[in-house]
Design a protein around this ligand. Structure first.
Ligand code: NAP
Length: 311
């Protein structure tokens, strides 16, 4: 099969940090161009919009949409209509309705739509799922706490409606939980802490319950100083499993079982190529559904204003 000609749309932090190297290292792809309003890549053709890029390179096979979620639907819809396979960065859209409609459009256009969840490709996620299969779960505790100034410097869109605030990283934990827990779980109650001068939460304490009744609790916080925490603890009748460091470590009863280098984006692009080769889609909106439910049912409290400058 000839290489998939692909363009990156939105050349921000994640495109530069992860998409660019993953594409350059994967011979299944030929990275042809970048579309981004103001950021210009060093050595690739650059266009200020996706429309201009697809006009100039009509033979483009696929696009990777690395833009903020609020603008993703229009771009994905246009790319599908113009015959491109589409990879959506997480979260796949600003609303669930958009994501459902994009899936319909992809089927009509007979193009692959991949709603990617990079954290699901972390090395310990699949082994954790296997380990859990033969055990009964008693409870799940998720702790996802990072410093927004370190990981999202100056990204004002994250505080706007549709930007999701602390759910932008928190949804990664939910993408792992929905991948490794066999049972469905449902949002029951929780608190969203919204800064006085912003639209989206800076922290959230969330209580879910599984269909069988075990608790799935999650604490997300954007104000974390010192060590950053991306951990999921699962108490079972056969010991306590911990997925640590975003899914790159697996521990059982505190003993390290597996640690592997981060390979999330190479895995994600391998999956996209497989889906294109098989003419399939992968559009799982369940992590976004949990976020939407938390916004529907969660109680809001107003907290101190947030400013980017730190003392
Ligand atoms: P970012 O640094 O703010 O980058 C977003 C880029 O999108 C900007 O460079 C902006 O372009 C571009 N853009 C905005 N509207 C556009 C449009 N209509 N057409 C083309 N480009 C447009 O944000 P990010 O951190 O990369 O995040 C982007 C997405 O990736 C988010 O959904 C986020 O959840 C996800 N993600 C981020 C991380 C992370 O650690 N940052 C990790 C995994 C996933 P210009 O700068 O050229 O104006």
């Amino acid at each position: 099969m000839s290489a998939i000609r692909i363009g990156i749309v939105g050349f921000g932090k994640i495109a530069r940090d992860q998409h660019l190297p993953a594409l350059n290292d994967n011979p299944a792809y030929e990275l042809v161009a970048v579309a981004s309003p103001s950021r210009v890549p060093d050595s690739l053709p650059h266009y200020t919009s996706m429309t201009a890029m697809l006009d100039a390179v009509p033979e483009m096979d696929a696009v990777a949409l690395c833009v903020p979620p609020a603008v993703r639907y229009g771009l994905a819809s246009e790319a599908l209509a113009r015959g491109c396979h589409v990879l959506l960065e997480k979260p796949p859209g600003a609303t669930l309705a958009e994501v459902g409609e994009l899936e319909r459009q992809a089927r009509v256009a007979d193009r692959t739509l991949f709603a990617s969840w990079h954290s699901r490709h972390a090395p310990a996620v699949a082994p954790a799922r296997e380990w859990l299969k033969s055990r009964r779960i008693i409870g799940v505790d998720i702790e996802w706490k990072e410093d927004v100034c370190v990981w999202h410097p100056g990204q004002d869109w994250i505080w706007e409606p549709g930007g999701m605030g602390v759910f932008d990283p928190g949804i990664n934990a939910l993408s792992i939980a929905t991948a490794i827990l066999d049972e469905p779980f449902f949002f029951r109650e929780g608190v969203l802490a919204v800064p006085d001068n912003r639209q989206a939460p800076i922290a959230a304490d969330l209580g879910f319950a599984s269909a069988a009744g075990y608790p799935v609790n999650a604490a997300f916080d954007f104000r974390q100083q010192g060590p950053q925490i991306w951990d999921i603890h699962i108490e079972t009748d056969g010991g306590k499993l911990t997925l640590s460091k975003g899914g790159s470590q697996l521990l059982v009863d505190g003993e390290l079982q597996l640690e592997a280098p981060e390979q999330e984006y190479p895995g994600l692009y391998q999956r996209f190529a497989e889906l294109i080769g098989r003419g399939e889609h992968d559009v799982d909106a369940s992590p976004l559904r949990h976020v939407a439910d938390a916004f529907l049912l969660g109680r809001r409290v107003i907290v101190d204003p947030f400013h980017w400058q730190r003392d």
